[in-house]
Write a protein that binds this ligand. Structure first.
Ligand SMILES: [Zn+2]
Length: 236
């Protein structure tokens, strides 16, 4: 069975931080959702890649995700190479998502913005019939960009008011990363601070949409409207 929505990200826990509420909401509506992490987290200051694999599986369970896998691209060295594009294209052909969520294409962390370009180019390649990999060609119908890591104005936000607490629980499943501990205490905020930050961001985007909590996205295409009387979000 094909996935309806696949979220691709550089690191385990990126999806939980940027678009997990949306994935959960779609799963609750009966859609099949999936997460592709490009790396396994072996360079992280805290925890091993085995810890993170266990935690990622637990987060996927909390988010009611149907499919999750991590590729073996080296952590901290996500590069837009032919080999890596083929690895992602293989997944796209196997899982055949209609909607692909990519990270926003600019950012502080090179792995994040490279994952965005890599994901886009792999989605293009995946549609070419002569590509030397198995399965029938497939391109996602829609690509949207999860923009929470970047201070840009979203083109739309998804109301995750009912999903917020579960989404936060999925992030806290990464105990090796987010529980209070000595390792990395100068670079990682304390758990209480994480809650405050995650909540402020969700409230900020929620306010833009006239709801309590939301997640921001950018799409490159214009929005097509059928009935202007049904347009949401109050203007004045
Ligand atoms: Zn990341």
């Amino acid at each position: 069975m094909p996935l309806d929505i696949l979220a691709l990200a550089a690191h385990r826990d990126d999806v939980e931080q940027t678009c997990a509420g949306t994935l959960l909401k779609m799963a609750e509506r009966g859609y099949r959702t999936g997460i592709l992490d490009l790396t396994k987290g072996e360079m992280g200051t805290r925890g091993t890649s085995e810890d993170r694999a266990r935690e990622a599986a637990e987060a996927a369970r909390i988010l009611k995700v149907s499919w999750r896998e991590a590729l073996d691209i080296p952590d901290g060295r996500v590069e837009n190479t032919w080999d890596n594009r083929l690895k992602v294209a293989r997944v796209l052909r196997e899982q055949r998502p209609r909607v692909l969520i990519l990270p926003y294409w600019e950012g502080r962390h090179p792995d994040h913005y490279t994952a965005s370009i890599l994901g886009y180019e792999a989605a293009f390649l995946s549609g070419l019939s002569k590509l030397p990999i198995a399965d029938a060609p497939h391109r996602p119908f829609k690509i949207i960009y999860a923009s929470l890591y970047r201070d840009v104005r979203p083109t739309f936000v998804v109301d995750i008011t009912d999903q917020f607490e579960t989404r936060f629980a999925s992030l806290m499943a990464y105990k090796s990363q987010f529980s209070d501990q000595e390792a990395g205490s100068t670079i990682f905020p304390a758990q209480k601070e994480i809650r405050a930050r995650v909540e402020s961001m969700a409230r900020f985007y929620g306010m833009m949409g006239g709801v309590t909590y939301a997640e921001p996205f950018v799409q490159k295409e214009v929005a097509l409207v059928d009935d202007v009387l049904g347009l949401p979000v109050k203007s004045i």
